[in-house]
Design a protein around this ligand. Sequence first.
Ligand code: ZN
Length: 320
Amino acid sequence: MRYDDSPPPPESASSVSPDRRRFARRSTLAVAAAVLAPTTLAGWVLVQVTTGAGADDARPPRSVVPAAGAANASLTPPESPAPSASPVKTPGAGVGNALAGKTVVIDPGHNTGNFKHTTEINKKVDIGTNTKECDTTGTTTNSGYKEAEFTLDVSRRLRTALEAKGLKVVFTHDGDRTWGPCINERARIGNEAKADAVVSVHADGVSEGSRGYHVILPAKVKRGAADTAAIVGPSRTLGERIAGNFARTTGSAPANYLGGGTGLVVRDDLGGLNLSTQPKVFVECGNMRDSKDAALLTSPEWRQKAAQGIADGIVGFLGG
Ligand code: ZN
C-alpha cells in the first residue's frame, strides 16, 4: 500500500460492511470463473469500483475503464499464447524460446529505510497528472512485519523463478539503498530498460476482514509526462495473466473489499503506472492488517507460491 501516496485516513468499518457480503459472493463467483477460464474463457470482466473501502491510497480508487474496454476485458487463459492485441514480439519461425532476449523489471514496493528518511520521501515529484510524494513507507502487519520486507522477499523469489526461464531481470532496488527510489525513478528504470513487462510488488494495509489479492492496471491518462495509451491494453493482459495464476498457485481469492470480486482494479492516480511506457501492473498480494491474510504473508512457503503465480503470469504474457 501507500506506494505512491500519503498515508490514507483510517477506514471506517461501517463504511464497508454493507458491500462486503456482496463482494464476498462475487469473490466466490470470480474464483469459479478463474478456475473455468483456461477452458471456457468465462467472463473475467472489469466492473465499476463502487466503494472506496480499503483504498490503498489517500483517496478511494475508482474505475476509469470505459464501457467498451470493460466489455472486452475477458480473462486470458494462463497457458495459451499472448493475444495478438499485445505488442509483445512473437518468436520468429523456428525459434524455440519466446522468452529469449526479453527483460522483466521488478519493482519491490517501498523501502525498509523509508521510515528513517521522511524528509526525502515526502518531497513531491511530478507524475504528469499530478504531484505525489517521492515514495511512502508502506504498511506493516500488526506484529510489525514490514510491507517493504515482504515486497523485497517476494521480488527476489520472483527473480529466481524468471531467471530460471532465461529472462533478464532488472530490479528498481534490491535492499541496496537507504531509501526510495522515488516513484518517478521507479517508472524510469522500467522505461529505460525497455522492459517487456514491469511488475510492482505490494501488500495492502486496510481493515481486519478485508482479504484477498488484487492487481492494479493503468488507466488511460494523457497529461504532462504521463501518456499510457500504448500500455493500457497490454498491461490489462499482463494483469489478467498474473491474477489468474496468482489465484491458482496461492489458492487466495480476489479482494473482497474492492474490484467487485474480479481481483482487478484500474487506477489513474499512481505515478508508477502513469509514467510507465512499458506494460506494467501493481500486485497487491493480500491485506497485511487482516490476521488471516497476515498469517499467509508472513509465511515463506506462501510467499514462494505468490512469487510463482506472478512469475507464471509474466511468462504466459511473454509467450513462454
Ligand atoms: Zn504498497
